[in-house]
Design a protein around this ligand. Structure first.
Ligand code: NAI
Ligand code: MG
Length: 350
């Protein structure tokens, strides 16, 4: 019997809806070729939904999502009307935390035919793995004497053994399947509690992976290295804040937000992952057909990979690169195709 996967489609707002509309048929075509099915269920949770219902998603939203094999998300945000902290917190962060999506994985490399901003002609292929639920973004802290001369603001990083171990372990598993190299990112010369702990955990987990070669980098040094010698890096594992910053560098060196894709995964108990382009709803280009759909397609490939459909994921990436190598591109790539046309070019290359 043909295998069917149930996918929760969350187009969201702005160009999120445009890139999803363009990318989803391509994923269906990939699935057709490989004899499995992708059954999409479109959920309208977004800022428009918020304006109508006063909430970004129904109270049992996270529970509803558990029934799916994966979540495929466009982008969320209507900054003129709904404050970003509401749309982000009540939808994206609620899903990440509710489903315990503790690993955020982002591939950074130049697709065939794409020129990035770096002058290096060496090919790079970096997989950033960011801790996604604790660390510097735990939200622990407070403010005292607000507005007065004695005002104090405290923001405490929380690093748990379970949290650090699971993201490192995931990184080692990925490194083992790739070049066997892992970079662990800290700042243990300056942050002598949390980051020394991270280093210790790295050593502990590394003992289970004698085949993986570990290098420790301070975050400032690896930030520079991603620009000067990106070809020397493979799997990079970092905390929430450090990973946030490094993945923006990664997106920049791979040609920009039009390419950056991300997977949010629960590596411990499984359940649906959430796959999305890194970019937002881009109000400045909405409704014009200017949005690059490649980040969303690439996120789709990450989803297929995670569902266990490695051949389909590979076919999709090959088709994406056939299209880019032939010069197909949206205006942000220097091309002249619309969102829909670029997605169609990828589909034609399957
Ligand atoms: P943004 O990523 O939406 O846009 C930044 C710049 O990149 C804009 O000039 C935009 O035109 C361009 N851009 C983004 N994606 C593109 C694509 N696929 N093709 C071509 N150009 C692209 O970030 P911004 O403007 O700071 O935020 C807009 C809204 O999106 C806000 O409400 C923000 O909170 C939200 N946001 C949502 C995210 C998510 O849903 N994961 C992530 C980042 C921002
Ligand atoms: Mg960021």
């Amino acid at each position: 019997m043909m295998k069917n996967y149930r996918i929760a489609l969350l187009p969201g707002d702005g160009i999120g809806t445009e890139v999803m509309e363009a990318a989803w048929p391509v994923l269906q075509a990939v699935a057709d070729q490989q004899d499995f099915g992708l059954v999409g269920d479109c959920l309208p949770w977004s800022c428009d939904y918020y304006l109508e219902h006063g909430v970004m998603m129904p109270p049992d939203g996270v529970e509803q999502l558990r029934a799916f094999d994966a979540i495929y998300l466009g982008a969320v945000g209507l900054p003129e009307t709904v404050p970003d902290h509401v749309s982000l917190r009540e939808l994206l962060l609620a899903i990440r935390q509710g489903l315990d999506l503790s690993v955020n994985e982002r591939p950074h490399r130049l697709l065939a035919g794409v020129t990035g901003p770096l002058r290096t002609d060496k090919a790079f292929d970096i997989l950033c793995i960011r801790e996604n639920t604790e660390g510097e973004y735990s939200g622990a802290g407070g403010r005292v004497h607000q507005g007065g001369d004695l005002e104090v603001a405290v923001e405490t990083s929380i690093f748990t053994r379970a949290g650090v171990e699971r993201v490192l372990r995931y990184g080692f598993e990925r490194a083992r399947l790739r070049s066997g190299k892992l970079a662990s990112v800290t700042k243990s010369n300056a942050q002598r509690h949390s980051m020394v702990f991270w280093d210790e955990m790295t050593d502990r987990v590394a003992a289970d992976y004698p085949d993986v070669q570990v290098t420790r980098y301070h975050v400032d040094a690896i930030a520079a290295r991603m620009i000067t010698h990106p070809e020397t890096l493979d799997v990079v594992v970092a905390s929430n804040l450090f990973g946030d910053i490094l993945t923006d560098i990664g997106a920049a060196i791979q040609g920009g937000l039009g390419f950056a894709a991300s997977a949010n995964i629960n590596p411990v108990s499984g359940g649906p992952g959430m796959f999305e382009p890194v970019h937002g709803s881009a109000p400045d280009i909405v409704g014009k057909g200017l949005a690059n759909p490649l980040a969303t397609l690439w996120a789709g490939a990450l989803m297929l990979q995670h569902l266990g459909e490695a051949a389909a994921a590979k076919n999709l990436m090959t088709a994406i690169e056939k299209a880019t190598a032939s010069g197909a591109g949206t205006p942000d790539m220097g091309g002249s195709l619309s969102t829909a046309q670029l997605a169609q070019a990828v589909q034609a290359a399957l």
